[in-house]
Design a protein around this ligand. Structure first.
Ligand code: AMP
Length: 443
């Protein structure tokens, strides 16, 4: 099947041709007719499956020009990076249509956003927080919304957007089509669907828990942080093979530690993103990585989630996430559509249980590689790795109750004095029999 087989308009087909895409992915093929039928849809799809186009194409096909220019399509995404990415993709697809797309996210100047909204628009791509603020201050009118897309809804709920999301859903016109995309169908997501969706049709990109076939997975048992750093340096020393590498870590602190340990060995080719970095810095870093200026990007899960970077040669799990779904999300950043990729996991003792959970989830055993001989095994431990020394239990011998005597003792003479001070209020009561105020304060 090709996109020509979809009932697309000439302008959409032309824009698609410009992007060079010809054959729809599974989720696009399955999704198009169902979304075109007007049904509510729940799509189970990870990033990298082509899910963005799976909702954009039918939404744009169904869009009709209207003079009043109130938005008809609302796309909610969890992160600022995704706002930018989805808005850019929408603009590419509408290059030959009279469509105005606006991306809204926190961190941008709200006054400027209000000015942009005043000029009229057709499609909004937004994070729920900023979107809610703009609706509340009257700058964004939702009365013409015909189609709502909630992308990466599981992540949105993880990030604590539940309240804003339900508040927005309550404000939308009741007659609308709801589309939702999620990598996993958690109980939270199900609950949202049950409340707000009408008889939704479910479409799946690939059964959840099945790693993409074109990803080679390897694990290394590594004793500690600095040996992990040594192994990482060893692997990355081959820029031809390791030409675009995403290194995942689970915390900001660890991301900074890895960056510091690697910085000298890879000057100018190493980037880092996590939520403590300024927005502009985050955008620029991702751009530099995408365009090849940075060969290596160290990232935490939340920030890297959903960012679409093509041709990643390797994903390296510097640590193993506790949830198997996260492991799948991480490794899915390589081996995207028709490309091969490699996922390498560094496993310390405490990671083992999480790694086994991921294996069980995928119903697959991952081969363990032998540590290359030239990688030095470090004996140095970080503060976090230091064994916790149990405090020696010092037995304090308490006196027996009968030896200790009663807890009461006579006060010393000097402590027997009673405080005779009375307040002004009490004094006034005594004098006049009623409380007296000092009168009004002088101006
Ligand atoms: P997504 O899952 O929406 O984040 O898309 C991931 C990547 O797949 C993006 O870079 C898209 O440009 C690309 N893509 C989307 N649809 C197709 C397709 N039909 N063929 C090849 N690549 C695609």
């Amino acid at each position: 099947m090709t996109f020509e087989d979809f009932n697309l308009s000439a302008s959409l087909l032309r824009a698609l041709n410009d992007t060079g895409l010809t054959r729809p992915t599974t989720i696009q093929e399955k999704g198009f007719p169902v979304i075109m039928s007007g049904a509510d849809v729940v799509g189970i799809a990870q990033t990298g499956t082509g899910k963005t186009l799976a909702y954009l194409l039918p939404c744009l096909r169904l869009w009709k020009f209207s003079k009043d220019r109130f938005p008809q399509i609302l796309i909610l995404v969890p992160t600022r990076e995704l706002v930018l990415q989805v808005a850019t993709e929408t603009e590419k697809l509408t290059a030959y249509m009279n469509v105005i797309t606006v991306g809204l996210h926190g961190g941008d100047n709200i006054k400027k956003q209000v000015e942009i909204l005043d000029k009229g628009l057709d499609i909004v791509v937004a994070t729920p927080g900023r979107m809610f603020d703009l609706v509340m201050n009257g700058s964004l009118r939702l009365k013409s919304i015909k189609r709502l897309v909630i992308d990466e809804v599981d992540e949105m709920l993880n990030l604590g957007f539940r309240h804003q999301l339900t508040a927005i859903l309550d404000l939308l016109p009741p007659k609308r089509q709801n589309l939702m995309f999620s990598a996993t169908l958690t109980p939270d997501v199900e609950e949202l669907i049950n409340i707000f969706f009408y008889n939704p049709k479910k479409i799946e990109a690939a059964p959840v828990g099945t790693p993409l076939e074109n990803i080679v997975q390897i694990g290394y048992s590594v004793p500690n942080f600095y040996t992990k750093v040594n192994l990482l340096k060893f692997l990355l020393s081959d820029p031809k093979v390791f030409n675009k590498v995403l290194v995942f870590v689970s915390t900001k602190k660890l991301a900074d530690q890895v960056y510091e340990a690697m910085e000298d060995a890879f000057p100018k080719t190493l980037g880092i993103i996590h939520s403590n970095k300024a927005q502009n810095n985050r955008f620029n870093t991702v751009k530099k990585f995408d365009q090849g200026e940075f060969r290596i990007l160290i990232a935490t899960d939340i920030i890297a989630r959903g960012i679409d970077i093509s041709d990643i040669s390797h994903v390296i799990n510097f640590d193993i996430p506790e949830e198997p779904e996260n492991y799948i999300n991480r490794i899915g950043r390589t081996g995207r559509i028709d490309k091969n990729g490699t996922a390498i996991s560094f496993i310390v003792e405490s990671d083992r249980v999480h790694f086994e959970k991921a294996e069980a989830f995928m119903k697959k055993n991952i081969a363990l590689g032998t540590m290359p001989e030239s990688v030095p095994i470090s004996k140095i431990l970080t503060d976090d790795e230091m064994p916790v020394v149990p405090m020696k239990e010092i037995a304090v011998k308490l006196p027996k109750k009968e030896d200790a005597g009663p807890s009461f003792h006579e006060k010393k003479e000097k402590n027997k004095k009673v405080n005779m001070k009375i307040t002004r209020k009490q004094k006034m009561m005594l004098k006049y029999g009623k409380p007296k105020t000092r009168g009004q304060k002088r101006k």
